[in-house]
Design a protein around this ligand. Structure first.
Ligand SMILES: [Fe+2]
Ligand SMILES: [Fe+2]
Length: 416
């Protein structure tokens, strides 16, 4: 615990965090225990708190989530909402902040949220992972309590689910977080009804995709049906029939958001999601800009796609609130990694840790400026995208790259 910020979680708790439900549930209980301990430090109470919070709490919550049911999947239409929200009009620029893996309730996540607030964006979107397991308390600490630091956009906020929300079966994600996510829809204010959505204007469509719900499965079933983060049928039907992603006459620029990466030079690829999109987009399939998180780093990939999937420029912005990993890429065979913020900010438990931050998108007509801003309000990379309205094709120009950002050279790409 950081004595200067006793009500915040210590980043040490997050170093080397694994992906098992058991470990994450245990960490949630330890964090609760740490908080209780500081308010009542007598030996008997510390011991009692330890047993009740850590051991009893762990087994109770872990077993409940392990063998309990997932929250029911929510999809459109729901309460008269089809999940398509027109972006605000009547201003030159529409600003959207993207934060991923941010909800850690640390000094660092507060700092990132503060920097976001200084830009007063029209929309703010969380790309998933509420730590450790997305309990109601954890949702409240990060998003809904009076002193929670999530910055709500002027015209709305939306949230995708990551794997961590699903470690508690998504219950607090659907029941607590989504009702807190509000978005202006014309003269009305809607609350988010499902784990996917589309924001759009004359030139751009920003489509939030749910990969979290299918990232976990029940015990034993996990062995046979390995969770693959694929899109469920309800979401596919929505993409096909409501968003009409396969409409070749719609030449707006497509920006995708998801928690899990389509491809990675570090960890698992998720080729199935690119394949599912390719099936829907058919003739209309053209390279897209795709922001994702899950890996706690800031990465820029060249355009890439698996042979039967869509092609995308990948931007990993999973550096929102977790200790930022700055290891060497270990799956470099894809050869599409171009930039990686590997600047060392500090060492935690002997591990070098990088800078947290977020992406700020500024839509101006057919142009899209993206600034990648760190927790100290330094613009690390800046790029400009343009959409060709004849074809829907995207082009990118890198405007600036701060010193210290590691560049990777293209290598022969046998998968492309
Ligand atoms: Fe994460
Ligand atoms: Fe994740």
């Amino acid at each position: 615990m950081d004595p200067q910020h006793p009500d915040k979680r210590d980043p040490k708790q997050y170093i080397d965090l694994g992906h098992s439900k058991a470990e994450n549930h245990l960490k949630t209980q330890v964090a609760l225990y740490e908080k209780r301990k500081q308010y009542d430090a007598s030996t008997t109470n510390v011991l009692r708190a330890f047993f009740w919070t850590n051991l009893f709490g762990f087994f109770y919550h872990y077993l409940k989530s392990r063998f309990g049911r997932k929250a029911p999947y929510q999809f459109y239409p729901a309460n008269g909402d089809n999940g398509i929200y027109p972006l605000i009009t009547g201003q030159d620029t529409v600003a959207i902040a993207l934060l991923s893996d941010w909800a850690t309730d640390t000094v660092e996540s507060d700092q990132v949220a503060y920097v976001v607030s200084t830009y007063d964006p029209d929309y703010t979107i969380h790309l998933g992972d509420v730590y450790f397991v997305g309990t109601p308390r954890e949702v409240a600490d990060n998003f809904t309590d009076a002193n929670a630091s999530w910055h709500y956009g002027r015209h709305g906020s939306l949230a995708l689910a990551g794997n961590h929300e699903m470690y508690s079966n998504g219950k607090a994600y659907f029941n607590e977080l989504l009702p807190a996510m509000r978005i202006r829809k014309g003269d009305e204010v809607a609350t988010q009804q499902a784990g996917f959505f589309c924001l759009e204007n004359e030139h751009w469509r920003i489509i939030g995709l749910d990969t979290g719900y299918t990232s976990t499965n029940r015990p034993f079933l996990e062995v046979i049906f390995k969770p693959d983060c694929s899109f469920r049928d309800e979401q596919l039907a929505w993409l096909r029939n409501v968003v009409r992603l396969g409409d070749p006459t719609d030449t707006r620029g497509i920006i995708l958001l998801s928690h899990h990466p389509y491809f990675s030079s570090f960890r698992d690829d998720h080729p199935v999601i690119g394949r599912q999109l390719r099936e829907i987009m058919g003739e209309a399939a053209r390279p897209v800009l795709w922001f994702w998180g899950h890996e706690h780093r800031l990465l820029f990939y060249d355009q890439f796609g698996f042979p039967d999937g869509i092609r995308a420029w990948g931007r990993c912005v999973g550096h929102g609130g977790m200790p930022v990993e700055i290891s060497e890429p270990n799956r470099g065979n894809l050869g599409q990694l171009r930039l990686y913020d590997r600047r060392v900010r500090e060492r935690i438990r002997g591990m070098p840790v990088g800078y947290n931050g977020f992406a700020l998108l500024k839509l101006q007509g057919t142009s899209l400026l993206v600034d990648y801003i760190d927790q100290n309000n330094v613009v690390v990379v800046s790029e400009e995208w343009t959409v060709d309205r004849q074809t829907g094709g995207l082009a990118v120009q890198t405007l600036s790259v701060r010193d210290g950002i590691k560049r990777y050279e293209p290598v022969a790409n046998k998968d492309a």
